[in-house]
Design a protein around this ligand. Structure first.
Ligand code: HEM
Length: 186
């Protein structure tokens, strides 16, 4: 690897790693403000809560792929040059895959891990999959768990009345008008 390659990799890590992790934390706080019972439980168990936040509000909502050579996918022939969009957010909200309560915040569905929650299907892909799966996923989860644990140990929180729920995809899935919280010292 040349010095230029190292610099380019570093730039990619900054782009891929900073915004994604920060919006995961924001969406989790929005959900825990709306569901204070889970805010109390989060002080004990955060993994299933983050998985459910990643399912409902995947920081990367859409993956794009360009087909380089004619490819057979199931019973479709996809010509070279076609761009394919994989809407992670629609897969994560699909009633057939997640059941009637697909749109509801229910971290319990991850209580026995991801493969039980997905029944072995590829229906939970917040970090992508295959050869280009996110290299930072473990780091991102450790980082957000540390941040949320520190916040939960010191504060309870609720969204302020100025918060308007408007998820909006600008590279990452962001709260369009920001997320304003009221923190109470505990
Ligand atoms: C909640 C946080 C994160 C989410 C949801 C996330 C999501 C993703 C997704 C969906 C991809 C696949 C992109 C594709 O297939 O086109 C990806 C790739 C990548 N992510 Fe993350 N990411 C997160 C955090 C991080 C962090 C913290 C880092 C680095 C410190 C990072 C570094 C990367 C890199 C370098 C790639 C490209 C891997 C490759 O193409 O070989 N990500 N991420």
């Amino acid at each position: 690897m040349s010095i230029k390659d190292v610099i380019e990799e570093r730039k990619l890590f900054y782009l891929a790693g900073e915004e994604t992790t920060s919006v995961l934390l924001v969406w989790t706080m929005v959900l825990l403000s709306k569901y204070p019972n889970w805010q109390a439980r989060a002080r004990e168990e955060v993994t299933m809560i983050f998985n459910e936040a990643l399912r409902l509000y995947p920081p990367v909502a859409l993956l794009l792929r360009r087909v380089h050579k004619e490819t057979k996918l199931g019973n479709m022939i996809i010509p070279a040059g076609v761009e394919i969009a994989l809407p992670i957010i629609l897969v994560h909200h699909d009633y057939e895959l997640w059941g009637e309560n697909a749109k509801q915040f229910n971290p319990e569905r991850f209580s026995e891990g991801i493969s039980k929650a997905t029944k072995g299907q590829v229906s939970f892909i917040p970090f992508g999959g295959g050869p280009r799966v996110c290299v930072g996923q473990n780091f991102a989860l450790v980082e957000t768990k540390m941040a949320l644990s520190l916040i939960l140990q010191n504060f309870s929180f609720e969204t302020s009345s100025s918060y308007a729920h408007a998820p909006c995809s600008i590279i990452t899935l962001q709260p369009q008008f920001g997320a304003q919280f009221i923190l109470h010292k505990i």
